[in-house]
Design a protein around this ligand. Structure first.
Ligand code: GLA
Length: 369
């Protein structure tokens, strides 16, 4: 039996399909070349554990028999995963865990899922728990719900665990069926621009959005009792409620229903090599997130706006939960350098902040190192 193990699990991008996962909808993510590495060692103690966050030089301790969330902090991601695995039957003995990585925090690339998944994967291997990847994905997601307090969907943990080199993944968050297909953008490539802002209202607004969607479903259900959630709602069905349900609820639902449709159209466009159409859908996604779902922020809107008159950029939008983090753009390969310089200067002038551009590659999900 091994005494130690090292694993890594990546962050993710999402081509399109934002705030659809917790509505049983579709998403189109991929794992990237930025990851969290976890080094786990059995320490011989029956229940005492330590955790070291290498990037920030912090240490924390907990006891396996008494795991409770702390007020806030990175410990919750770790303890949450351990606790959720215990709930489904995992038996541990004391361990020491060091972790670190290069997924930028608060960037919308899901550093949190990459940490949760890397740890869940490592625990499963080291303690020979025998869970399958779906059980690990769920435990990581539930850690976020119950310890971190964000009622997230399944996209981030799924992508981090199941990513495949050079492939994007169409995931149906209801049936959990998924399909890999190659990310082939021809003369174009993806470019992420990190605003380096992360507006703190993000977490509570995330849960509020989820509640708004549930509210919309309850109203629609009165007339259409067969629907389970927004996944079952079509645009014509939703339009019956324009002016009937509260305007804000209507807008939230409109985003989700239209975004689901866009994911499917974007998937077809990608498979057919229709990059222009893909780009248009990506722009539509942004404007829907900005105006209807209202999870964008001035910094993200500014960066998307900058791309609109550039014929070498065919699509751009905010990525992830919102209120900060990155935009993702589809840009002509040879123009990346020029645009990075231009956007960084414009961003600095407007917000007096630095912009961080990333060109990411698509990589495998969680693995043992
Ligand atoms: C966060 C959540 C995901 C998803 C996105 C928005 O990243 O963790 O589950 O809801 O926001 O698409």
């Amino acid at each position: 039996m091994a005494l130690s193990i090292k694993t890594q699990s990546p962050g993710r991008i999402n081509i399109i399909g934002e705030h659809t996962d917790y509505n049983d909808g579709y998403v189109l993510p991929a794992a990237i070349d930025k990851a969290t590495v976890v080094h786990l060692k059995k320490n011989g103690n029956p229940s005492e554990c330590s955790m070291i966050a290498l990037n920030i030089g912090e240490v924390a301790y907990f006891d396996l028999n008494n795991i409770k969330p702390v007020e806030s902090g990175w410990q919750n991601y770790m303890m949450g995963v351990v606790h959720e695995l215990q709930k489904i039957g995992a038996k541990f003995t004391g361990f020491d865990c060091e972790f670190g990585g290069n997924v930028p925090i608060g960037s919308g690339m899901s550093s949190s899922a990459s940490l949760e998944c890397s740890l869940a994967f490592a625990l499963n291997e080291l303690f020979e728990l025998g869970f399958d990847k779906w059980q690990l994905i769920r435990a990581a997601q539930m850690a976020e719900h119950n310890f971190v307090g964000i009622k997230c969907g399944i996209m981030d943990q799924f992508a981090s665990m199941m990513g495949k080199k050079n492939q994007v993944i169409l995931l149906d968050c209801r049936s959990l069926e998924y399909e890999y297909f190659p990310l082939d953008l021809g003369d174009y490539q993806l470019l992420l621009l990190n605003t380096n802002v992360s507006h703190s209202l993000g977490d509570s607004e995330y849960n509020n959005r989820r509640t708004e969607c549930e509210k919309g479903v309850a109203i629609i259900k009165e007339k259409h009792p067969n629907i389970k959630n927004l996944r079952d709602v079509t645009l014509p069905m939703l339009s019956e409620f324009n002016g009937v349900m509260p305007a804000v609820t209507f807008k939230r639902c409109y985003h989700v229903v239209s975004e689901n449709q866009r994911v499917l159209e974007a998937t077809e466009a990608m498979k057919a090599g229709n990059h222009q159409l893909l780009g248009e859908l990506v722009y539509q996604s942004h404007f829907s997130l900005q105006n209807d779902y209202e999870v964008s922020c001035p910094e993200l809107d500014f960066l998307v706006q900058l791309t609109l008159d550039k014929d070498y950029i065919i699509g751009s939008r905010m990525m992830g939960g919102g209120f900060g983090g990155c935009t993702i753009s589809i840009i002509k390969k040879e123009m990346v350098g020029i645009f990075k310089t231009y956007a960084s200067k414009a961003y600095k002038e407007r917000f007096n902040k630095d912009l961080t551009p990333y060109t990411v590659s698509i990589e495998d999900g969680a693995k043992v190192l």
